[in-house]
Design a protein around this ligand. Structure first.
Ligand code: FE
Ligand code: FE
Length: 161
């Protein structure tokens, strides 16, 4: 499909994120199961619940633009998740948790980039309600990223102690 307007681009990226969030809903429990540190496991479990809400929020945005909620294969998240799976099968011990944090942050950074753009486009397209919804998810992704950074730093500090 040729995209000729910002509206087209917005819809395309919405579908991309719908696919990505659904993929992450399935990936996060696997990561939680692999995590050795209890707090890291808790962080993955909590974010899995949030991610389910992200799916619901995207459905709300689809509804606002009069489109049926549907996903479109997102090569970027497929690649990020695949790398995470490789890591889970190859890393052990303290490398595993550090690697899991790195893999999760790659996903969060991707989401932050996309939601930042989608929220900005919603504003340009004069859709304040959609902008608000997208921004709410963006904030949760940012908070998750920060929490992962804190957990990584604690790991480093524990090792130094
Ligand atoms: Fe998300
Ligand atoms: Fe996320």
């Amino acid at each position: 499909m040729t995209m000729t307007s910002l509206q087209d681009l917005f819809t395309h990226h919405l579908k991309d994120m719908y696919y990505a969030e659904k993929k992450l809903v399935k990936a996060l429990p696997k990561m939680a199961k692999k995590a050795g540190d209890q707090r890291l496991r808790g962080a993955f479990e909590e974010h899995q619940r949030q991610t389910e809400e992200h799916v619901t929020r995207l459905e709300q945005v689809f509804q606002q633009i009069g489109e049926k909620a549907s996903g479109k294969t997102c090569e970027a998240i497929d690649g990020i998740v695949k790398e995470g799976e490789e890591l889970m099968s190859e890393a052990k011990g303290e490398a595993l948790d550090a690697g899991l944090i790195a893999a999760a942050q790659a996903a969060e950074h991707y989401e932050i980039a996309r939601y930042g753009t989608l929220a900005a486009w919603a504003k340009m397209l004069d859709m304040p309600e959609a902008q608000k919804i997208l921004h709410k998810t963006l904030e949760e992704e940012r908070q998750t990223d920060e929490k992962l950074t804190r957990l990584a730093m604690e790991q480093v500090n524990r090792k130094a102690a």
